[in-house]
Ligand binder design. Structure first.
Ligand SMILES: [Zn+2]
Ligand SMILES: [Zn+2]
Length: 289
């Protein structure tokens, strides 16, 4: 099957390598395309962070990827995207700006949730220590409530739309190895995550099978979990494999396992991105082999 990576970070945000090195590595590894999905600027929503593209470098990012697209033409398809955070009441993939800057695609992602203390939003994929110490504390130590807040944010983002690819659907499990803080088999967790599936169908997006947690050595499976992936398959949601690459070594990482996960979930075909035409994302479908 055709392997690609539409979820790629560079040194414009929290990636290690630059656009050119990532294109070169993707080409060397035989990927048919590489799409860049820098963490979209959040300066206006939560202030500057160490891991988002700074607003003042947005144009430079767009120009750099566009020129790589030209330079690599005929060797590897290069696409221009952004991974856009949904932060309730502050920003989201549905914001008009992302339609206006000529992107090939948008990944919608939830990294921020609002604890019940009415304070600033917190990051769900923070380093493990910070997650346990700070974020959970803001939920009074109630892991189930934290997970519920995450699913609520996912629900809101999916309802508001504006993205082409649904990013790491169950990112909340990243810091929950061995069900340390909440049970991923609890009825509430299962119900809340399953309730997203019809909304995802309605959104008309593609779901990613994201090996980012495996590439960082944190998880033994991709996002989403086998159970969620089966539900997506049964509902007819198209899927792609992505590495959530933050350096050249991540490109194509654990794609064999991701492919197995797709097959086990019941998928026989995967989506392949072919760029944007007349304002619409163009997807083809290919047999998984
Ligand atoms: Zn992400
Ligand atoms: Zn990412």
């Amino acid at each position: 099957m055709t392997y690609t990576c539409l979820h790629t970070h560079t040194d414009f945000c929290d990636g290690k390598d630059d656009v050119e090195s990532m294109c070169g590595a993707a080409f060397e590894k035989g990927l048919a395309s590489i799409g860049f999905s820098s963490h979209a600027p959040v300066d206006h929503a939560v202030g500057k962070t160490s891991w988002h593209l700074p607003q003042k470098r947005l144009d430079e990012y767009l120009d750099t990827v566009r020129s790589a697209k030209q330079r690599w033409a005929g060797k590897i398809d290069v696409y221009l995207g952004l991974e856009v955070d949904y932060i309730k009441g502050r920003m989201g993939p549905a914001d008009r700006v992302y339609r206006e800057i000529g992107l090939d695609y948008v990944i919608g992602a939830v990294h921020y949730i609002f604890p019940p203390d009415n304070g600033e939003p917190s990051i769900v994929d923070a380093p493990a220590g910070e997650f346990g110490r700070k974020l959970l504390g803001r939920f009074g130590g109630d892991g189930e409530a934290l997970a519920a807040a995450y699913w609520e944010a996912e629900t809101e983002m999916i309802r508001s739309g504006g993205f082409d690819i649904l990013g790491h659907l169950d990112l909340i499990k990243k810091n929950n190895s061995g069900d340390k803080w909440f049970s991923t088999a609890a009825p509430a967790y299962l119900e809340k995550s399953a309730a997203l599936v019809p909304l995802i169908v309605e959104a008309g997006c593609v779901a990613e099978v994201n090996t980012g947690g495996m590439n960082r050595g944190i998880l033994g499976e991709p996002y989403p979990s086998p159970r969620l992936l089966s539900l997506l398959c049964r509902a007819g949601v198209p899927a792609i494999i992505t590495a959530d690459a933050h350096k050249t070594a991540h490109l194509g990482g654990h794609y064999g396992e991701a492919k197995e996960a797709l097959l086990k979930a019941g998928y026989s075909r995967a989506a392949v991105f072919k760029g944007r035409r007349s304002g619409e994302p163009c997807w083809e479908s290919e047999e998984i082999r």
